[in-house]
Design a protein around this ligand. Structure first.
Ligand SMILES: [Zn+2]
Length: 375
């Protein structure tokens, strides 16, 4: 019998240790919850040894210790803080799953109790109105401080596909008032009031269903506090109250988009000026106009084309090792290939336009030398 099923409040007890192999032992009674059903294994000590992992192997709960122990009696101590954390999250998950099923016709398809965040997967899509309603009703169950009861071999229970038992002839059932009744092999709190707080953190679409991230207990409080701290910073920056933040953020976003549009308009006005100042290289009667830096990269290709057209030749624009080439007659791709062959980098294009990235900085004199050498 697993003691953590019937006496979850026990964190210390005498156990009989039997070695399976090396540092792997089984203990009686089973006080350590193994890594099972989405709930991480308990931590703790057995006599002088630290418990490194607890897994179910061949129908037995096997504890891997940091040192071998000779068979016999030892005091087993479960890490209380760690257990209360995983048990709080797990008990909260029962409440969320039970309410979701009974009041919103949502089936639980998966559970994960993580050390930073926990998730429960529902078989249908839900929106924030539903999630908030589930959260409120879950908190009602916390406030009622209902006992978390364990029974065996009861019929008409919710059984998750990913839960398995070691005693195949016995199904352990967990009941929380009228809110949940499901087959489960995990470790729980004694009553729902011990959870304190349940918070739903995010919703994510998963295939046809929804993955709900949540936290319970002290971890939920810490999460709420960190969110409150972010809101304080935002209120300070925006100079407004919390309810006004979305409107203030939207206004700032709109303003920055208008500014970006205006900057684009100004650059478009300035581009002809850069065409005039492009330095010209002559290659066997063909003209190549070169402009280095200053123009934002998103205008490089446009400026290269404007230079090419104005001199009826080719235009090269380089900005922070990004290069754009445009050409009316000689191949833009060939020009780029020559420069890349000389200074390194990569890129590609067509006879009319090409662009790429250079491995090294490049000067006008270097471009002139490369193009005239190879022509
Ligand atoms: Zn459970």
């Amino acid at each position: 019998m697993r003691l953590y099923w019937t006496k979850p409040e026990l964190f210390e007890i005498d156990v009989e240790v039997e070695t399976v192999n090396g540092c792997d032992v089984v203990v009686d009674p089973a006080i350590f919850h193994p890594n099972e059903g989405g709930q991480p294994a308990d931590k703790g000590t057995i006599g002088p040894a630290t418990v490194c992992s607890v897994e179910i192997r061949d129908g037995r709960i096997v504890h891997t210790l940091d040192r071998p122990l000779s068979d016999g009696k030892y005091i087993a101590r479960v890490d209380k803080e760690h257990r209360l954390y995983t048990a709080s999250q797990h008990t909260a998950q029962h409440i969320l799953s039970g309410i979701a099923e009974k009041q919103f016709s949502l089936q639980t398809t998966g559970v994960h109790i993580g050390l930073d965040t926990c998730t429960v997967d529902f078989d249908k899509r839900i929106d924030w109105d539903t999630a908030t309603a589930i959260e409120c009703r879950a908190m009602d169950v916390v406030t009622l401080d209902l006992p978390v009861e364990t029974a065996f071999n009861e019929s008409d229970v919710r059984i998750r596909g990913d839960s398995k038992t070691i005693e195949s002839d016995m199904i352990r059932v967990v009941k929380i008032g009228d809110y949940d009744k499901s087959a489960c092999c995990g470790a729980h709190l004694k009553s729902t009031g011990q959870i304190g707080l349940i918070r739903i953190l995010s919703l994510e679409n998963k295939k046809e269903g929804t993955r709900v991230s949540f936290l319970a207990g002290r971890k939920a409080l810490e999460y709420a506090q960190s969110e409150a701290s972010v809101l304080r910073e935002l209120r300070k920056a925006a100079g407004c109250a919390t309810p006004e933040l979305p409107a203030a953020f939207e206004k700032a976003l709109k303003h920055s988009m208008e500014l970006a549009k205006e900057v684009n308009r100004l650059w478009t006005l300035w581009l002809p000026g850069f065409v005039e100042t492009a330095k010209i290289i002559e290659i066997e009667g063909e003209k190549v106009g070169v402009h280095l830096s200053e123009v934002p990269q998103k205008f490089s290709a446009k400026l290269a084309a404007m230079i090419a057209q104005s001199i009826d030749g080719a235009g090269i624009v380089v900005n922070e090792r990004k290069i754009a080439v445009s050409s009316c007659r000689i191949s833009a791709k060939e020009i780029l290939d020559r420069i890349i062959a000389a200074v390194g980098g990569k890129g590609g294009g067509s006879p009319t336009t090409a662009n790429g990235g250079l491995e090294n900085d490049i000067t006008f004199d270097q471009i002139q030398m490369i193009l005239q050498e190879n022509s």
